[in-house]
Design a protein around this ligand. Structure first.
Ligand code: S3P
Length: 167
């Protein structure tokens, strides 16, 4: 398989960069959260609220496996998707994992006032910082390619940079 899975913290640009990357490659873009929402006929927040995080994580694994069987996809994974080894195995079988590394400060600014992400629902920067510091090592560890965007570069430029790495 020849897919590219974008991973990284919430707000790092997995979907915006993913769409640009898919255009450049002539691939289709699939956002995992949107795919899950369509499958469940509920928003991610509603899934967390009604059934809890574990239920969401199981759906996420189902979708990771399903999408990894396909090819010519750029997949925008959810920020927690690569924390599960099974998902990483599926992604690796399906292609390469690309980590979009964006500093916490930039992410904090981007996600200020966001109401769509249940894990950040407290609105507290502390919560975000804790999750970020718990996860950053995993993102670094699971990726085949790492792209740093520490100056808020446009998604298209980030996608072009990725292309340079993968060509
Ligand atoms: C999550 C990230 C979200 C979504 C869910 C859980 C996480 O996706 O999957 O709210 O655990 O980091 P984005 O990274 O696209 O915001």
């Amino acid at each position: 398989m020849n897919n590219f899975v974008l991973c990284g913290f919430m707000g790092c640009g997995k979907s915006t960069v993913g769409r640009e990357l898919a255009k450049l490659l002539g691939y289709s873009f699939v956002d995992m959260d949107t795919y899950i929402e369509d499958k469940a006929n509920l928003t991610v927040s509603e899934i967390f609220e009604k059934y809890g995080e574990n239920y969401f994580r199981n759906l996420e694994t189902e979708v990771a496996n399903e999408l990894s069987q396909k090819s010519n996809l750029v997949i925008g994974s959810g920020g927690g998707a690569v924390l599960k080894e099974n998902n990483v195995d599926a992604f690796r079988n399906g292609g390469k994992i690309i980590f979009i590394d964006v500093p916490l400060k930039v992410i904090e600014n981007r996600l200020k006032g966001d109401t769509t992400r249940p894990l950040l629902a407290t609105g507290k920067f502390e919560t975000m910082r804790k999750l970020y510091s718990e996860r950053i090592a995993t993102y670094n560890q699971v990726c085949d390619i790492k792209i740093t965007n520490d100056d808020n570069k446009d998604a298209k430029l980030v996608a072009e940079e990725i292309i340079k790495f993968i060509k």
